[in-house]
Write a protein that binds this ligand. Sequence first.
Ligand code: NAP
Ligand code: F7E
Length: 324
Amino acid sequence: MTNKKSALITGVTGQDGAYLSKLLLEKGYAVHGLLARRSTDTLWRLRELGIADDVTLIDGDITDLSSLIRALRKSDASEVYNLGAQSFVGTSWQQPTLTAQVDGVGVINVLESLRIAKPEAHFYQASTSEMFGLIQAAKQSETTAFYPRSPYGVAKLMGHWATVNYRESFGMHASSGILFNHESPLRGIEFVTRKVSHGVASIKLGTQKRLKLGNIDAKRDWGFAGDYVEAMWLMLQQDIADDYVIATGVTTTVRDMCKIAFQHVGLNYEDHIDIDQQFFRPAEVDVLLGDPAKAELNLGWKPKTSLETLIVMMVEADIRRLRR
Ligand code: NAP
Ligand code: F7E
């Protein structure tokens, strides 16, 4: 028997799952991760952080309720972080039903499994600034009205309100983190910051000539994933569960983010980028800018990493990978 606190993370193989696992292991938790079986290798992020052997993997999928109940029983987790999702906004127009099943109904499955098997556990839901979509206030906070603009945003809104509803209906300690975009060297290659950092590294090393992008006038509030997983943990340490916006309070265009990345290797972004209609979305979220004041006041959380530091970190990591 061990007195270690136990946590269960869905989406453990994703960007945030990897950073959160590392954080919880450093805090002495026994970390369990739900592993949705895939034909490809999905453990590269855990390996890159050197923790692949330290996380206990349990087979399961958030669209499969009984697998969640078994995972809860096996892990005996007192904290459950639901990070599992179809998280790429672009894909959500191609696979809207799957996105709804995973990002919407999947959250209800996790909440139901807790209600059945572990109602006293503290629960974290990975909500998103995409729920603000067509923004209803210049700076978005916990009280700003939602207006999702993609099947992803719509599905996540269901998960968000389900979390609020289980808290209010059953008194569960269920919190929702409304996280704005957060990136890292472990970001999936389809997201714009990593696509750019990988493109810049490839162009610098001569293996690629040009980079095709979509709407580079879109603005995002970008932070570092390593900072944001700390906020997730802090939410579950509070006496009272609540919802929190996690953001930097700074917004930047994709264009200016590209400028930073290319400048770092001594190149001018305008000489290497092509605009390609295939990367435009049927409905765009033009601008996002978060107000993290409540998180600072109640959780004592503040972002530590500037966009410049983050982008340089990502470009350098991709240069190292490509050289290998
Ligand atoms: P990510 O890298 O795309 O990771 C998603 C994870 O979900 C992967 O581990 C994936 O497994 C898993 N998954 C997919 N379908 C599943 C299913 N049916 N059952 C169980 N697991 C499943 O995403 P991320 O950037 O780490 O984001 C983590 C969470 O935060 C997501 O819910 C995302 O929607 C949300 N979020 C992200 C951001 C951001 O800027 N990063 C901002 C706000 C909210 P495989 O590896 O096997 O595919
Ligand atoms: O796009 C524009 C694109 O795909 C950012 C997810 O983690 O954050 C993420 O969603 C912006 C958009 O992230 C390309 O049109 C231009 O305006 O990196 P992204 P996202 O859609 O903001 C939220 C908070 C989440 O919750 C999501 O899970 O960049 N853009 N050109 C492009 N985007 C991509 N991917 N590729 C391009 O070529």
